[in-house]
Design a binder for this molecule. Structure first.
Ligand SMILES: Cc1ncc(COP(=O)(O)O)c(C=O)c1O
Length: 408
C-alpha cells in the first residue's frame, strides 16, 4: 500500500497507448536543470531558440512559433479563442473524438459551428470539404490531422489550398501527428497549427507548440487588448472585439514571445526546457528519417497483428503510422487483456472512446517509444495474453511477421 509521504516510485512501464508515451531520457534530464528567471538573458535566448526550432519542426517560415502553456488542448483553445469572434462561422470536418473537441471549444467561443461528419475509421475526400466550404463560407476550417481516437490521418495537402481559394483560414490540430508523419505547414498553406509534446515529440504533456502566419496574426492583432498594469506607453488597443480569454490571448502571448517581453504569464520554465530538447531530438534525427521510422514500425506492427489472426481497424490507406487500431476478437474481454498486459509485462496499450469503446484497442509506437524492441515485445506479450483469454495463434507468428516487415 502506498503512503502519500513515501517518495514517488512509479513502476517501470512501456507506454504503448495513444499517448502519453515514454519520454526520451534526454528530455527528462533537461527538465531537471536549474530554473532561470523569465527575463534572464539566457532564458529569453532559450525562448528565441525554441521559436527557431519549432519553425523547423512545423516546416514553416512563420515568425510565430511559440509555446502555449498547458496540454495540447491549450494550443487548440488559444488559436480558436483568439481567431473566432462570437458569431463567426467555423467549419469542422469530424472524423473522430478530437473533431468533436474542436467543435466544443469553438462553441464556447460563441462561434457558429457547422460540421461535416464521416464514419469513424474513415477520412474525408477533399471534395467533401470543398463542397462544405462553398456551402457555408466559414471564416475558419478547423481540422485534426491525426485523430488518435480512430487512428486515422486526414490528408491535408488539398484542404489548405481549398480554404485559401475560398478565403477561409485553416487551423490544424497536429497534436498526435507532428514529428510522426509529414506535416507541411507552409507547403500545404495551413494558417495555424498546434501540437502537444506527449506523442511523437517524446516529451511529457504540459506545453503546446503553436505556429501561425500573418493572416492569423492580422486577425489576432485586430483584437489586441493588453491588461492594465503592464500596458506600454505607446499602447493602442485593437479595434476588434476583445479576446474572451486572458490566458489564451495570442496577442499578449506574441508580446511575451517578442522583444517587448510583456510579462503575460510566467513561462513554465522546465516545460520550455523539455520542449527545446524534444525539438532538438527530432531535428537531430531528421524529420524524414523520423517519419520513416514511424512508418516502418507501423508496417511491422500491422504485419504482426495480422499474422496473429487479428483484424485491423479502419481504412488502412489512411491509418496514422504512429497508432494502430485493432479489433478486440469476439468473446475476448478487452479490459482484462489490457490489465494482464500491464500486470504481467508492465506494458500499456490503449482502450477507445465513443462508438469504438470495447471494440478496438489502440497501440501506439510514437517518438522514443517507436522502436523495434517495443513492437516485438508488445506482439509477444499480446500473443501469450490472448491465448490465456481464448484467442490462439501460431506461437511466434506475430513476432516473426513483424521482424520480417521491419527488416524488409
Ligand atoms: C488529436 C488530439 N488532439 C488533442 C488532444 C488533447 O490533448 P491534451 O490531452 O494534451 O489536451 C489529443 C490527445 O490525445 C489528441 O490526440
Amino acid at each position: 500500500m502506498n503512503n502519500a509521504f513515501d517518495p514517488l516510485n512509479p513502476p517501470p512501464r512501456r507506454l504503448m497507448g495513444p499517448g502519453p508515451v515514454d519520454v526520451d531520457p534526454r528530455v527528462l534530464q533537461a527538465m531537471s536543470l536549474p530554473l532561470l528567471g523569465q527575463f534572464d538573458p539566457r532564458f529569453t535566448e532559450y525562448m528565441n531558440e525554441v521559436m527557431a526550432l519549432y519553425r523547423q519542426v512545423f516546416r514553416t517560415t512563420n515568425h510565430w512559433a511559440l509555446l502555449v502553456d498547458g496540454t495540447a488542448r491549450a494550443g487548440i483553445e488559444a488559436v480558436l479563442v483568439s481567431v473566432l469572434d462570437p458569431g463567426d462561422r467555423v467549419l469542422v470536418p469530424i472524423f473522430g473524438r478530437f473533431g468533436h473537441l474542436l467543435c466544443e471549444i469553438a462553441h464556447r467561443c460563441r462561434a457558429e459551428v457547422v460540421t461535416i461528419e464521416t464514419e469513424w475509421g474513415t477520412v474525408f475526400d477533399p471534395q467533401q470539404v470543398e463542397d462544405a466550404v462553398k456551402r457555408h463560407r466559414p471564416k475558419l476550417v478547423a481540422v485534426v490531422q491525426g485523430d488518435t481516437s480512430t487512428t486515422m490521418a486526414q490528408p491535408l495537402d488539398a484542404i489548405g489550398r481549398i480554404c485559401r481559394a475560398h478565403d477561409a483560414l485553416t487551423y490544424v490540430d497536429a497534436t498526435a501527428s507532428v514529428a510522426g508523419m509529414p506535416l507541411e505547414t507552409d507547403a500545404w498553406q495551413l494558417d495555424a497549427v498546434s501540437a502537444g509534446l506527449q506523442k511523437c515529440l517524446s516529451g511529457p504533456p504540459g506545453v503546446a507548440p503553436v505556429t501561425f502566419n500573418e493572416r492569423v496574426e492580422a486577425v489576432v492583432k485586430s483584437r489586441k487588448h493588453v491588461e492594465q498594469g503592464i500596458r506600454p506607453d505607446d499602447y493602442e488597443a485593437g479595434t476588434g472585439r476583445i479576446i474572451q480569454s486572458n490566458y489564451f490571448d495570442l496577442s499578449m502571448l506574441m508580446d511575451y514571445w517578442s522583444e517587448s517581453r510583456l510579462n503575460h504569464h510566467t513561462e513554465a520554465t522546465s516545460m520550455l526546457y523539455a520542449a527545446r530538447e524534444c525539438a532538438r531530438l527530432v531535428l537531430e534525427e531528421g524529420l524524414d528519417n523520423r517519419f520513416d521510422r514511424h512508418a516502418r514500425a507501423s508496417r511491422a506492427m500491422t504485419a504482426g497483428l495480422t499474422a496473429m489472426g487479428l483484424d485491423l481497424f479502419g481504412d488502412q490507406e489512411h491509418k496514422m503510422p504512429n497508432v494502430t487500431g485493432v479489433h478486440i476478437p469476439a468473446g475476448v474481454p478487452g479490459d482484462a487483456v489490457r490489465a494482464a498486459l500491464l500486470d504481467d509485462f508492465g506494458l500499456e496499450i490503449g482502450t477507445s472512446f465513443g462508438p469504438l469503446h470495447g471494440r478496438i484497442w489502440r497501440i501506439g509506437t510514437m517518438g522514443f517509444g517507436c522502436r523495434r524492441d517495443n513492437v516485438m515485445t508488445c506482439l509477444a506479450a499480446l500473443e501469450v495474453t490472448l491465448r490465456r483469454f481464448g484467442h490462439t495463434s501460431a506461437p511466434g507468428a506475430g513476432v516473426e511477421a513483424a521482424i520480417a516487415a521491419w527488416d524488409a
